[in-house]
Design a protein around this ligand. Structure first.
Ligand code: GLP
Length: 239
């Protein structure tokens, strides 16, 4: 893993945007895997500020809550629309987001995998990391060859995300997520982490013994991973 440490959140967000810009310059029709969460907000804002044209890009979101209609203010569809899609020129038909309201989630996940394969696989997947080491919504215990599927959210994840909902019990119990196997097939992986709350799990991801108990340690297997940290998220790395 290639770890880069920046002075603050703005600097790491701008670096992530620069990495995307370099990729799109080399490959205008790049295929992306895109995250949600608070961490990537600065990255999306930086890409929008750059005015980068993404007119040939195809993008696949990592995950979506089960049961939230796309119009719900906490759906990842709404998140992507507000933070990114409203402001960039990725054609509508090139934006893929799992639909958590489909009656047959298995079918939805299978079609998603087929669409990623038909696009030629992902060139770059960008990830945040959960406090328990989840990537996408692959919670501790998830198999490393898992594909896109329906998963149950860990209680800790529901608590961590409760801040976005009116009441904690409104956080969905399930989600659809790309699998760790799907993520590991991307040509390149970029992980973003910021703030001291992430320092311990960042150390686990980078230096811990790989195992299914910490999903992000699967990334140690991937040959092209860049981890972008601010100083607080990197605080425990040298110990
Ligand atoms: C969310 C998302 C993940 C994200 C993580 C961390 O639940 N499913 O993709 O990386 O949790 O979120 P945050 O950046 O808000 O800490």
């Amino acid at each position: 893993m290639n770890v880069e440490i920046y002075a603050d959140y703005t600097a790491l967000s701008e670096r992530a945007a620069e990495i995307l810009a370099e990729l799109v310059q080399q490959k205008p029709n790049a295929v992306l895997g895109l995250p949600t969460g608070s961490t990537p907000e600065g990255f999306y804002a930086a890409v929008v500020r750059m005015g980068l044209s993404l007119s040939q890009v195809r993008s696949f979101n990592l995950d979506e809550y089960v049961g939230l209609p796309r119009t719900h203010d906490q759906s990842y569809y709404t998140f992507m629309d507000q933070h990114f899609y409203q402001h960039v020129d990725i054609p509508l038909e090139n934006r893929y987001i799992l639909d958590g309201t489909r009656p047959d989630p298995e079918e939805e996940c299978r079609r998603y995998e087929e669409a990623i394969a038909a696009a030629g696989g992902m060139d770059l997947v960008i990830l945040g990391i959960g406090l328990n080491g989840h990537i996408g919504f692959n919670e501790p215990g998830a198999a490393w060859d898992a594909r896109t599927r329906k998963v149950a959210l860990a209680e800790r994840t529901r608590q961590a995300n409760a801040r976005h909902f009116e009441r904690p019990e409104l956080v969905p119990e399930h989600a659809l997520t790309m699998g760790i196997g799907t993520i590991l097939e991307a040509k390149r992986v970029l992980v973003l982490a910021s703030g001291e709350a992430k320092a311990a799990i960042v150390r686990e991801m980078v230096k811990g013994v790989p195992g299914v108990g910490v999903p992000a340690t699967a990334l140690q297997r991937h040959p092209q991973v860049t981890v972008l940290l601010d100083k607080s998220a990197a605080a425990l790395l040298s110990r």
